[in-house]
Ligand binder design. Structure first.
Ligand code: HEC
Length: 199
């Protein structure tokens, strides 16, 4: 999706054309220079980073991130580029995420993400296996799944979703080897936070 810079520049054959055009008394600013300037102007209006493609958990349709509340924080920009949650394992973020989780999610998923009306979020069973990745989990939060799991984008900013995700990952009780959001090195060292620390 968008964000890929267009190729700008004068090709050697075009430069020759420019030189010839002067002797033919054509306008001083050649078409190829005009095209280059236009191209630079267009590029300046596109985001300078490549944005990942995010898709709906059920339909697979592309998500429109412009519908999100609030403005993009540094963490959100980083996440959009690489699909990794920069708040994972950040204690401050985890605490904020825990408070947000309590008000936005615990009524259905349980205070400690153990499951209630809705499935548990701290074990290694996922209805949608992609929720074991940061990108997949974000997609489920942003635009929802089935039934009662509605889109959260009207309620939370993307930054707040990333905070909640970092809390969820911190209280994970499942097999570390199934924690796809961790590198193999991190999987070896993973210890779930106690719920008291996380809140
Ligand atoms: C009104 C109740 C309700 C609220 C509030 C709610 N959920 Fe859900 N959630 C559900 C239900 C029901 C499902 C199962 C839907 C499905 O399987 O498609 C679900 C599914 C999920 C899943 C997929 C789990 C899997 O096994 O793949 C995730 C992740 C999730 N919710 C996270 C959250 C988070 C985080 C919040 C808070 C921001 C939240 N939910 C708020 C009801 C809720």
């Amino acid at each position: 999706m968008g964000g890929r810079p267009l190729k700008c520049g004068l090709r050697p054959d075009k430069i020759n054309e420019t030189n010839q055009s002067r002797s033919n008394a054509r306008p001083f600013v050649s078409n190829s220079i005009r095209a280059t300037v236009l191209c630079l102007v267009i590029n300046a209006s596109l985001p300078s980073y490549a944005v990942e493609e995010f898709r709906h958990t059920i339909t697979g349709e592309l998500l429109d991130l412009s519908l999100a509340k609030g403005t993009d924080t540094e963490a959100v920009k980083q996440f959009k580029e690489g699909g990794k949650n920069p708040y994972n394992a950040n204690l401050e973020a985890i605490k904020k995420g825990g408070r947000l989780y309590l008000s936005a999610c615990s009524g259905c998923h349980g205070h400690n993400a153990e499951g209630k009306l809705a499935p548990g979020l701290a074990d290694d069973y996922w209805t949608y296996p992609k929720n074991a990745t940061d990108k997949g989990l974000f997609e489920t939060l942003y635009d929802g799944a089935q039934g009662m799991m509605g889109p959260q984008r009207g309620n939370l900013t993307i930054d707040e979703m990333l905070l909640i995700m970092s809390w969820m990952r911190s209280v994970y009780q499942g097999d570390p080897e199934k924690a796809e959001w961790l590198t193999p090195e991190e999987q070896k060292n993973f210890k779930p936070a106690t719920h008291d620390i996380a809140k």
